[in-house]
Design a protein. Structure first.
Lengths: 225, 268
């Protein structure tokens, strides 16, 4: 049985021996919360989901960013975080990349949205991005919606249940970045519904029957089927 | 680090598309400003002060009044100096250090509107010609940046000056003395500045940060109570057509009237 409780920094979440994740520190045999949020005490370990906070990059995360600057070696990408992502030109043009022959802005111009994967991140350097792989690269169209990065897991739901439901009911194609940037494509009336549904998820992320609430809100509006 | 705010390309395309239809992203009309809130008397130790909230843009202005020597070319006029500072916490793109080009332009444009409308009667601030005059310093702090700092700052300065009180100075035996009497600053008029941005071929009033980042050209026009244009400033690289100049003047007089009413209501 998973126990949930609200914690503030300094609160003791549990005593004993547990596995524990980020935002938790072990002192002696006490596990201390480092953030304001919901702590989960399960049989196998401790988890602390912060209520607010910036996006903290993690390797292998899929993010959606905006080209904020271009320099000779690559693109500086705003990934809605306290750190700027960097997409090296050699990851895009290949090993033969040379600043003299390749025009970076012809590939991604200032303000372009790109779907990318965090290639590597450690504290001493800005996160490095990569667009290698299926589905990554420039995002050509869509409505941009930003939500708090801490609410992203709720929006996706258990194995994508929430996002798939919204997508099915509205007939929209929804792409969620782990950094809280969401891009929605679809029919105009579906876009409005989707945007509203996403806002509800963000605002009521703490409520237990969120899935039912969203289903009720979207109920009967199957578009594009 | 990021130097300037860049609008997402796909969002800008949507914005341009909507403007062609005469609509804006935040559902405002083209000549509609954001909700304006003016609070006065927020700093107790200042002679006058105001906080203006225009949408998410927030500015605080404070007035400090003292005596000093006049400029040699205007020996019979008081001093009026408007300064503005964009605080580092106001936006992710603001940096600490010496004032940016942007902040200097802001202070100059706001100062020019107040000065050229002859809002403050500077001749009444002269105590001993050539030797001693009343000095009025208005300092503005930009608390939050969401576009159109020009207008927000201008309204804050006007409201602060309108509510400013100073000690009555008298001249006795060729010496200036401050009395305990409190008098208002000699304010004659209420200049209102209206900033418009051009995106494509549409002029929009009170651009927010997103619109400012996409604009081709910006123009600020200050009008006084009688609808006279007293100052203007054009910014950004692109040009302005004669038709747009006339449209901008008309719009600034019309919108200026509404805003003047709000300012006068707030400073009552």
């Amino acid at each position: 049985m998973i126990q949930r409780k609200q914690v503030i920094p300094g609160d003791v979440i549990a005593k004993g021996t547990y596995r524990y994740g980020s935002n938790i520190e072990k002192r002696g045999d006490e596990y201390i919360a480092l953030r304001v949020g919901l702590a989960e005490v399960g049989t196998d370990g401790l988890k602390l989901n912060p209520l607010t906070g910036p996006y903290l990059p993690r390797a292998e995360d899929e993010v959606i960013g905006k080209v904020a600057d271009i320099n000779g070696f690559g693109w500086v990408v705003d990934i809605n975080s306290c750190f700027d992502g960097f997409l090296p030109a050699s990851f895009v043009f290949g090993r033969e990349f040379s600043p003299a022959t390749h025009d970076l802005s012809s590939k991604f111009a200032l303000g372009d949205m790109i779907g990318a994967r965090i290639e590597s991140y450690e504290r001493s350097r800005d996160p490095q991005l990569s667009i290698r792989g299926h589905g990554y690269g420039k995002i050509e169209s869509g409505e941009i919606i930003k939500i708090s990065p801490t609410k992203v897991p709720r929006l996706i739901g258990r194995r994508g249940a929430m996002i798939n439901m919204i997508s099915e009911k509205t007939g929209c194609d929804i792409r969620v970045g782990q950094n809280g940037v969401v891009v929605v494509n679809g029919p105009p009336e579906g876009l409005v519904k989707t945007a509203k549904a996403i806002k509800i998820v963000e605002e009521e992320a703490h409520s237990a029957d969120l899935m039912a609430k969203i289903e009720a809100y979207l109920g009967g509006t199957e578009v594009g089927k | 680090m990021k130097k300037n705010y860049v609008v997402e390309t796909i969002r800008k395309a949507q914005m341009v598309q909507l403007l062609v239809e005469g609509k804006r992203m935040d559902e405002r009309a083209l000549d509609q400003h954001r909700p304006l809130k003016i609070e006065t008397g927020i700093i107790q130790k200042a002679n006058g002060s105001a906080r203006v909230t225009l949408g998410n843009t927030q500015v605080i202005a404070g007035v400090k009044i003292a005596t000093g020597t006049p400029f040699p070319d205007t020996p019979d006029k008081g001093l009026l100096v408007v300064n503005a500072e964009i605080l580092p916490m106001s936006s992710p793109y603001a940096e600490p250090g010496p004032p940016s080009e942007e902040a200097i332009e802001l202070a100059r444009v706001v100062d020019r509107g107040i000065r050229e409308s002859e809002m403050v009667d500077l001749t009444k601030l002269c105590l001993i010609p050539g030797k001693s005059v009343v000095t009025v310093f208005v300092d503005c702090n930009i608390m939050n940046v969401d576009g159109n700092l020009f207008d927000a700052t201008s309204y804050a300065v006007v409201s602060a000056l309108r509510t400013a009180k100073m000690k009555k100075y008298i001249v006795k035996d060729d010496k200036v003395e401050a009395t305990d009497d409190i008098v208002p600053v000699p304010v004659e008029r209420t200049p209102v500045s209206v900033t418009m941005a051009r995106i494509g071929d549409r002029l929009i009033v009170d651009p927010n940060a997103e619109e400012e980042a996409s604009m081709d050209m910006r123009v600020t026009i200050t009008t006084d109570d009688d609808g006279n244009v007293c100052a203007s400033q054009k910014g950004e690289a692109s040009t302005i057509s004669p038709a747009h100049v006339l449209e901008a003047v008309d719009t600034s007089i019309k919108v200026g009237k509404e805003i003047r009413k709000m300012i006068l209501e707030a400073v009552k």
